[in-house]
Structure formats: structure tokens, C-alpha cells
Design a protein around this ligand. Structure first.
Ligand code: SF4
Length: 268
């Protein structure tokens, strides 16, 4: 286990935070990979609550986050920086719209064509870009430090830890603490972090323009954030393919305007 607890006695005596480090932990650089969702937020908050050693928090911003998520990240950033921990906010190398509609493909059967178009289950290029952005940053970090990454996979997602193996040193605190996804959300709420109620409306808090969102979630965006919907329509013009295989944005508008209201947002 790489998480290091505070040595309360020595910290008290010296008036400065001192952690107890075993041989495996000594000299390591501890980084929280923050997605902004409930699981990685729970990891970060619990490490802070228990004064465990964290050197840096890294977050990748797609530029397409819900406004509530942007606020949530801002609050976390303030809390992290108040503890004198570095908060690093990475951006995609180029904006989301560039990859959607402008990037000229250099390989594969679509070589020479412009833009990846809207993502789908088979082609989550935007997720890959986030992962690459993070990987590039970790590559740079590991040239300077022996880095340990704390990742927010919950105890009911153990399979994901198996699929996430590479040369980086990774630790999954929620698995060690036996916290399932539901526990993570409850814990964040207990610490005063509620994403402005987003988790009451969305099963997965993702980009507002995500075609993989549930219909009920897209409807929520359409009904409550006209400016974000407008942004999606501007992006749509740049995409070589329709928003989803079953619905264009126009189809969705018609559907949302004409269908009766559902009782639950989680039925679509
Ligand atoms: S949430 Fe959707 S749009 Fe955003 S990065 Fe993931 S797949 Fe892409």
C-alpha cells in the first residue's frame, strides 16, 4: 500500500506535517488523478481528510463540462491549494471542436478526411484524447519523480483495475477502503460536495455534448441549458456524421418538444 499517514506525534512536536513512510513509500511522488466524478472526488477528499501525503492533483478539462462540474472542480482546487498541494489542470492539445471537425486524419481508411465527427461507442476519440493528455503528463512527471497515481475506481469496479495495467505505479484507494460507487457518492455528499444536484439528474456526469448520454440526460440539457444546446448545434455543423445513429439533434428537439414528460429521468 502506498498511501502514507501523518505522523501525528512528530508533526505536533515540529509544528509541520511529517508523514510516516516505509521503504516502498520513501522518495515517491503521490498524485491523484481527478476526473471530477464521485469516485475520484471521494479518493481526493478522503486522502485530504486523513491528511495522507499528496503532492499533486491532476485534472484534464475537455472544455465541455457541465457548469456545475466546472464549479465543483473550482471548489476542489481551492481546497487542494489551501493545503499547499499543487493542482494541475490540463487542457486537450487543441479544442474539442478542432478534433470533431477540422483535424485532418493521417492514417486509416479515412486518411485525408476532416474531423472525427461525433463520438460513439466504437469511436470514443475524445476519451482517448483525455487519456493521451494524461499519459503525456505522467510521462513528463516520471522523468522527474517516481510517481504513484491514486485512481478512483470503486470496489465494485475491480475489473477496471485489471484492464488498467501498464508500467505506471497505480493505487486504487476505494478498493482498499472497500467503498463501492454508492459509498463514494454518499461520502462526497457528507463532505458538502453535491455537484449542484447533478447526480440526481445524471447517472454519469459527463460532457454536456456527449452522444453516449441517456436520452433523459440529453433532454435535461436541452430543457435547462439552451446556451449549451446551441453550442452543440454549432458543433453539429462541423461533424461529418449525425449526433447519434438513432437521432440527429433536430430529431431530438422534436422528440423532447412533443413527448409527454416522463416520471423519472432514469427511464430512457
Ligand atoms: S463524456 Fe462523452 S463526449 Fe466527453 S470525453 Fe467522454 S465520450 Fe467524449
Amino acid at each position: 500500500m502506498y498511501m502514507c499517514g501523518l505522523d501525528e506525534f512528530i508533526s505536533d512536536m515540529t509544528g509541520t506535517q511529517v508523514w510516516t513512510l516505509n521503504e516502498d513509500q520513501r522518495g515517491k511522488y503521490f498524485v491523484v488523478s481527478l476526473s471530477g466524478g464521485k469516485d475520484s472526488t471521494a479518493v481526493l477528499l478522503k486522502l485530504l481528510e486523513h491528511e495522507m501525503l499528496v503532492h499533486e492533483v491532476v485534472y484534464v478539462d475537455t472544455g465541455k463540462e457541465m457548469p456545475e462540474m466546472a464549479k465543483h472542480i473550482g471548489r476542489l482546487r481551492d481546497q487542494v491549494e489551501a493545503e499547499y498541494i499543487q493542482f494541475t489542470q490540463l487542457q486537450l492539445e487543441k479544442p474539442f471542436e478542432y478534433w470533431l471537425g477540422k483535424h485532418v486524419k493521417t492514417k486509416g481508411k479515412h486518411k485525408g478526411k476532416k474531423g472525427y465527427g461525433w463520438p460513439d461507442h466504437m469511436n470514443r476519440w475524445c476519451t482517448s484524447l483525455k487519456i493521451q493528455t494524461l499519459k503525456r503528463y505522467y510521462k513528463q512527471l516520471t522523468t522527474e519523480h517516481e510517481t504513484v497515481e491514486f485512481i478512483g475506481f470503486a470496489a465494485d469496479e475491480i475489473q477496471r483495475t485489471e484492464n488498467n495495467k501498464d508500467s505506471r505505479i497505480k493505487e486504487y484507494p476505494l478498493v482498499l477502503w472497500d467503498m463501492v460507487e454508492e459509498d463514494a457518492l454518499k461520502y462526497c455528499y457528507s463532505q458538502g460536495y453535491d455537484w449542484g444536484g447533478l447526480y440526481d439528474k445524471f447517472a454519469r456526469v459527463s460532457c454536456y455534448c456527449c452522444p453516449l448520454s441517456r436520452l433523459s440526460e440529453l433532454k435535461y440539457v436541452y430543457k435547462n441549458y439552451p446556451e449549451l444546446w446551441q453550442d452543440m448545434k454549432q458543433m453539429d455543423v462541423k461533424s461529418y456524421r449525425q449526433f447519434r445513429s438513432d437521432y440527429s439533434l433536430d430529431d431530438l428537439e422534436l422528440k423532447f418538444e412533443t413527448e409527454p414528460e416522463r416520471l423519472s429521468l432514469f427511464t430512457a
